[in-house]
Write a protein that binds this ligand. Structure first.
Ligand code: MRU
Length: 349
């Protein structure tokens, strides 16, 4: 029996514009905004109205398709030059999630064989729609593979939001909870609130409640005590970039959870599509880590919580070294250590 659940979706292509769930407004208001220019798309990514590696990639793909519809020229070479400029503009929006560059490059490649500007314009829209549809199917597969590692009724911890609204649908780390719910398999999810911008409390708690998943919110500094006292059987997180040796960049705080999980002998799983891998990089040391505005640390939702002019360090991501990771769950199956070999296999098949 399949139970119908209300899994929220964040990005939609609407004929000539993008309809986006404004994740900044959640959970107080479920507000959709219309993106009609490439600047709107850039701004939405920078200000986290859309966030989460696959959703950033999908939105950027639609953004490039949107921009390219408006180029006036009928000269293909000139049209391609403008496309490349806009590709580079959107690529500047955020540095860590590799899905952004993966999606933009796939979009540019998709029009390599086009014979006319009109053909190329249509192809870009089709390619963005394909990227989104594929991501939904991939997230479903990730969720099914993740379910093979978890048992009905278990308590599982997560951080940030690697959910439906961070992807085309279902999410990566949250996919087993959504799909489990459809199949009558229940989990007790502990969501870390995820300071500084609260993706865990504002987004994950909201999203899982929408689909009826049993979710309990904790602050980030409650993780060790919760692992010790609440019989946590697994930690599952998403990823922004996984490199050739399995080192994984994800939301700041992920590395801390991995260290704790090792101490408590709890399996630590990373769930991500192949589009989140960057095998051009050998080790996590080389991953660019975004640093964001100090106000994200000195304020909570616009309310000051720190003295004026205090020095702030605000990295948005950290890198979990591969030795802390039990397994990486992809659409092609579960990869275990040694990761370098397993990851190479993923890309050679
Ligand atoms: O800064 P964010 O909210 O974009 O960070 C998101 C994360 O770290 C997610 O875990 C990651 O992108 C995976 S989303 C499926």
């Amino acid at each position: 029996m399949t139970i119908q659940t209300a899994i929220p979706v964040s990005v939609e292509w609407k004929d000539d514009h993008i309809r986006l769930l404004n994740q900044q407004a959640l959970p107080e208001s479920t507000e959709y905004i219309e993106l009609t220019t490439i600047q709107d798309v850039y701004d939405s990514i920078v200000t986290l109205k859309v966030r989460g590696a696959p959703a950033i990639g999908i939105t950027a793909a639609f953004g490039l398709a949107l921009a390219a519809q408006g180029y006036e020229t009928s000269e293909l070479a000139e049209w391609r030059a403008q496309l490349k400029k806009d590709r580079d503009y959107l690529a500047e929006s955020r540095p860590t999630a590799v899905n952004l560059f993966w999606a933009l490059d796939r979009m540019v490649q998709s029009v390599e064989c086009a014979q006319t500007v009109n053909e190329a314009k249509t192809e870009l829209i089709h390619e963005a729609i394909r990227i989104q549809a594929e991501d939904e199917a991939i997230c479903r597969q990730i969720g099914e593979h993740a379910l093979s590692l978890l048992k009905n009724g278990e308590a599982v911890m997560t951080i940030c939001n690697a959910g439906s609204i961070a992807t085309a649908r279902y999410g990566t780390a949250l996919a087993p909870f959504h799909i489990g719910k459809e199949k009558g398999i229940d989990f007790k999810v502990y969501a870390c609130e995820t300071r500084p911008v609260l993706q865990g409390s504002r987004l994950t708690a909201w999203e899982l409640m929408q689909s009826g998943v049993d979710v309990t919110l904790i602050t980030d500094n409650m993780a060790a005590h919760t692992m010790k006292t609440k019989d946590i059987k697994a930690v599952i997180v998403g990823a922004d970039r996984i490199v050739a040796n399995g080192d994984t960049a994800n939301k700041i705080g992920t590395f801390g959870l991995a260290v704790l999980a090792k101490e408590f002998n709890i399996p630590f799983y990373v769930a991500a599509p192949l589009s989140t891998f960057d095998v051009t990089i050998e080790s996590g040391e080389e991953i660019p880590i975004e640093e964001r505005a100090p106000e994200e640390v000195t304020e909570i939702q616009g309310v000051k919580t720190a003295p004026e002019n205090v020095q702030v360090f605000n990295p948005a991501f950290d890198v979990t070294p591969n030795e802390y990771i039990t397994a990486i769950i992809t659409e092609k199956g579960v990869v275990q250590a040694p990761f370098a070999e397993g990851i190479q296999m993923l890309f050679s098949e």
